[in-house]
Design a protein around this ligand. Structure first.
Ligand code: SF4
Ligand code: SF4
Length: 337
């Protein structure tokens, strides 16, 4: 049964598939402390029912095994050469379609196969109530790096995790040792010192959190360090030496979308609600909505823009949305200073 399951996972496009026993998550206590310290910022869903999140048996009664899956999404190098005029940075996982949709289809196929064997399943892609990296580590699907990212020996950090909780008893795979060693490159590379200690991330300082999850204004102390990032941050991933083994994903769904990357930074300021929806249809960036996306674009223009960007920013400073208008005014001050 196990080999059939793993072969099916590979035929569905997953790069690795390993099994962990369904027990209490290894880092449940430190997760509770992290929540108590407020490091999750506005991500209130993480604090909802933390006991359930710490044990898959609370999510799926009778759960015996956690099937951990990895999907390589590495799309290769940036469409823009470093510091190219009008360029910007978007976290690689968001260069094309929303991966949740891509993976959920494949998880449904795995669920079907396990149901035929008498199993009851719950399938999750990173948003589920499961401390997924603990189970991935227990299953030997890489180890949890000091950056808090999961690291796979072959895929580096450029992969997505998904899991299937099942009532079927499957033989667990052995864990893999931590191979971070003395390295601290991710901690040093983080532009905002968000990795406050090995294996501990203060989301409130993290540019990925601030540019995606955070709904209000970008705090002034982080605006300069956002640089030309308009969605997420890949700095700690790029710093990780384990990524030297990464190969571009065979799945073309992850390749950079030319219609998005054909835009110069200031072009995004001309998007109205309809234009935004059309351009980012099926993209993870759609989650931001025009409001937060233009907030980020204004910050990036304030950091990397030129006098050519001033007319577009002046119009944005008149936007009826105060969040956009305030960030555009900030960007104008940076450029004209
Ligand atoms: S994503 Fe960026 S800001 Fe967040 S921890 Fe990594 S390097 Fe730091
Ligand atoms: S950069 Fe170094 S310390 Fe950080 S996760 Fe990668 S190997 Fe571990």
């Amino acid at each position: 049964m196990l080999q059939t399951l793993k072969s099916l996972a590979h035929s569905l496009g997953f790069d690795d598939c390993r099994i962990a026993q369904a027990t209490r998550a290894g880092h449940a206590d430190s997760f509770h402390q992290w929540l108590a310290d407020g490091c999750h910022g506005d991500m209130t869903w993480l604090a909802r029912d933390p006991l359930r999140r710490s044990d898959p048996r609370e999510v799926l009664p009778g759960c015996r095994s956690v099937i951990c899956l990895a999907l390589n999404y590495y799309p290769g190098s940036s469409p823009f050469p470093a510091s190219s005029d009008g360029g910007y940075r978007i976290a690689r996982y968001a260069w094309n379609d929303d991966y949740h949709e891509v993976i959920e289809k494949n998880l449904a196929a795995l669920d079907g196969a396990l149901r035929a064997l008498g199993g009851v399943q719950r399938c999750y892609v990173d948003t589920g109530p499961v401390l997924e990296r603990d189970f991935a580590s227990a299953a030997g699907l890489g180890w949890n790096g000091k950056s808090t990212l999961q690291i796979h020996r072959r895929l580096g950090t450029w992969f997505l995790l998904a899991e299937v909780l099942t009532t079927l008893e499957l033989p667990p795979d052995p864990p893999l040792a931590d191979h971070c060693g003395n390295c601290t490159r991710c901690i040093t590379a983080c532009p905002t010192q968000a990795i406050t200690a090995p294996h501990r991330l203060d989301a409130r300082r993290c540019l990925a959190y601030l540019s995606i999850e955070h709904k209000g204004p970008i705090p002034e102390e982080f605006r300069r360090t956002m640089g030309d990032r308009i969605y997420g941050c890949d700095e700690c991933l790029e710093a990780c030496p384990w990524n030297r083994f990464a190969q571009a994903s065979a799945d073309l769904t992850f390749q950079a979308r030319t219609e998005i990357f054909g835009h110069q930074l200031r072009d995004f300021l001309t998007l109205d609600e309809d234009g935004f929806r059309r351009l980012f249809a099926r993209s993870p960036i759609a989650r931001l909505k025009r409001l937060r996306f233009l907030r980020n674009v204004c910050v990036a223009l304030g950091n990397s823009g030129s006098p050519d960007d001033v007319p577009a920013l002046r119009l944005a400073a008149l936007d009826p949305e105060p969040l956009i208008a305030e960030h555009a005014a900030w960007a104008l001050r940076q450029i004209t200073a």
